[in-house]
Write a protein that binds this ligand. Structure first.
Ligand code: PEP
Ligand code: MN
Length: 340
């Protein structure tokens, strides 16, 4: 962090300020110019807020050189993090050269629906089953999810297929029924629910953290930092489109965020082409672009009867469409040197 002190700051005052910074465990390099003193702070500056520092009466300007996230930062953890899930005697992985494919309906709707889709996505090569039991819906009149019963149906589908489960948790007390859920999804709307993130830091299960509707990648990484700082380093970042002025698609897929996040962080990065586009016909192209951009996986909505789906039917692939996409993705994965 670089701090430029205000012109005309007395040396005595500057020295006191330096001592104060050193008392916080930082090494301070002082450059005294003709009219201005500039301080270079070396050490862990993650707890310093540049905006608060700028409010100090001696400070003219603060420039952060290092990112405010530490545990999610590749600088301090150069090797890729891989998330391994053991289910049905096999290991299912996301990251570290493994392309993880999560597929399934937006919402769990019935025993036949979830188990039927689970079998089809497994046959097509998916490694994980998704399905929402607790649904964050914009309208209180829309289908809110089957709740605990939906979780039971997911567990039954896991027993039948061996696929590990990914499902969204909206409140921390829902953990009581998430014993059999292998990866906990934090939805876009909860990305900055800091109390939830702190609690999930203690839960011991991998977290699929979706980017907020209008969040920057740094905010996404700071949200991941909350979970890791709480004691859980198994976090998967998910680019799921952001809100922009463009309206042809439900959201705008920020494809460049994938290589950027991969450069900045060691955490696996996956893409949700379903929510990013909101249109089933755009999902295959967005999925291919994601793999080509270096994503470690995809989460794709698949429904046996999209027209009558309880949620997100318009963006859901049918099982045959998903199977055909998987065939293409195998070639893309090979080009990227990834194992699908
Ligand atoms: C979902 O996965 O169905 C969902 C609600 O996603 P998001 O939080 O990205 O909108
Ligand atoms: Mn959905």
């Amino acid at each position: 962090m670089i701090i430029a002190l205000k012109q005309g700051t007395e040396k005595e005052e500057a020295d006191k300020f330096v001592l104060f910074m050193e008392s916080r465990g930082l090494t301070v390099h002082v450059s005294e110019g003709e009219t201005q003193t500039v301080l270079g702070l070396v050490g862990d500056t993650s707890s310093l807020d540049p905006r608060t520092m700028e409010a100090h009466h001696l400070v003219a300007k603060v420039v952060r050189v290092q990112e405010p996230y530490k545990r999610a930062n590749r600088l301090f953890h150069p090797e890729d993090t891989r998330i391994d899930i053991t289910a049905d005697g096999g290991v299912h992985s996301i990251g570290g050269g493994k392309l993880g494919i999560i597929a399934g309906p937006c919402s769990v709707e019935s025993p036949g629906q979830i188990t039927g889709i689970a079998k089809e996505v497994k046959a097509a090569g998916a490694g994980f089953l998704r399905g929402g039991a607790f649904k964050p819906r914009t309208s209180p009149y829309s289908f809110q999810g089957m709740g605990c019963e939906g979780v039971d149906l997911l567990v039954a589908a896991k027993k039948e297929t061996g696929l590990p489960l990914v499902s969204e948790l909206m409140e921390i007390h829902q953990l009581e029924v998430f014993d059999e859920i292998d990866i906990i999804q934090v939805g876009a709307r909860n990305m900055q629910n800091f109390n939830l993130l702190k609690e999930l830091g203690k839960c011991g299960k991998p977290i699929l953290l979706k980017r907020g509707l209008a969040s920057t990648v740094t905010e996404l990484l700071m949200a991941a930092e909350y979970i890791i700082a709480g004691g859980n380093d198994r976090v998967i970042l998910c680019e799921r489109g952001i809100r922009t002025f463009e309206s042809f698609s439900r959201n705008t897929l920020d494809i460049a965020a994938v290589p950027f996040l991969k450069q900045k962080s060691h955490l696996p990065v996956i893409v949700d082409p379903s929510h990013a586009t909101g249109i089933a016909g755009l999902v295959p192209a967005a999925a291919k672009a994601a793999v080509a951009a270096g994503a470690d996986g995809l989460i794709i909505e698949v429904h046996n009867d999209p027209e009558n789906a309880f949620s997100d039917g318009e963006q859901s692939l049918t099982p045959p469409e998903f199977a055909s996409l998987m065939e293409t993705l195998k070639k893309y994965a090979a080009l990227e040197g990834k194992i699908l």
